[in-house]
Design a protein around this ligand. Structure first.
Ligand code: IPD
Ligand code: CA
Ligand code: CA
Length: 268
């Protein structure tokens, strides 16, 4: 089946999505053994490298050649506003701090919305050569093999992952308080440094759950669809419908979701 959306086939969109990811990955590989410039955005450790910009430029080149009238929202360049039903949401390197320190946990993440609904997503880690792809209604794959979330039944025996914002959020029930709750109860909780990979690793069952207090659309656009299409659940902190345009996220295998919402919300 090759559904048509607004005159474009899903296959055309998916081909361009994969080409865009490959173009970004080639730029990242080009810098493997050479020095690259690293600078700060706001704050002292919110980094951006020249490789983020090079990856983004290569990705833009592919998308704009194929679909010059599509809307683009991308972390480093902001928005290219177009009157289009299609919106590409791009993180040219998710896990930039890892990348800048040669820690091999980073990826390119691209989600595509059609009429304000995420329909396609791809996340690629060029070091592990892991390509995750999700298509709304058709499931999620890792290197072309279908993936599914875990079957864990309780948070107490779950393996969790989270992330922290660059600038500490000094709010009640903030990142450290929630983190402490898991640690005090002896629940293993990791911090990989790439929200898109965190979500994909929930989707393929390596983790049972993920939450974070402050994400941007490009961090979660592809990853949240990955979790949903792998049979999991993604909500805001109240357990309500998820939107990548608000900061809070809880993602899980679905089975532990209601319980996880209580853990994160301090409502146990
Ligand atoms: C960051 C990563 C990290 C998360 C941060 C994000 P970046 O994205 O996804 O895991 O904790 O909130 O900003 O800056 O590496 O693209
Ligand atoms: Ca990011
Ligand atoms: Ca980034």
């Amino acid at each position: 089946m090759n559904p048509v959306m607004g005159g474009l086939s899903l296959r055309m969109l998916k081909n361009t999505l994969i080409q865009a990811i490959e173009a970004g990955a080639n730029e990242i590989r080009r810098f493997t053994d050479i020095e690259f410039k690293v600078s700060n955005k706001e704050g002292i450790n919110n980094l951006v490298t020249e490789v983020d910009h090079a990856s983004e430029k290569a990705i833009f080149g592919v998308i704009q050649k194929a679909f010059p009238d599509h809307y683009i929202l991308s972390e480093e360049s902001g928005e290219i506003v177009q009157d289009s039903q299609y919106k590409w949401i791009i993180d040219p390197i998710d896990g930039t701090v890892n990348f800048a320190h040669h820690i091999p946990i980073f990826c390119i993440s691209i989600g595509i919305e059609y009429n304000n609904k995420m329909v396609l997503g791809a996340v690629y880690n060029p070091v592990l050569n892991e390509m995750f792809i999700a298509e709304r209604g058709k499931g999620a794959t890792l290197n072309d093999k279908p993936i599914q979330v875990s079957k864990k039944e309780q948070v107490a025996s779950a393996c969790m992952v989270t992330g922290f914002p660059y600038t500490y959020l000094d709010t009640p029930n903030g990142p450290l308080q929630v983190f402490e709750r898991f640690i005090r109860k002896g629940v293993p909780i990791r911090r990989l440094g790439s929200a898109a990979i965190d979500l994909c690793w929930v989707a393929c069952g390596r983790f049972d759950g993920f939450y974070e207090h402050k994400l941007y659309p490009w961090d979660s656009a592809a990853g949240f669809l990955m979790v949903e299409e792998a049979g999991g659940k993604v909500t805001d902190f109240e357990g309500g419908d998820y939107s990548p345009y608000q900061p809070h996220i809880i993602a899980s295998n679905g089975i532990i979701h209601d319980e996880l919402v209580k853990w994160v919300g301090d409502k146990l």
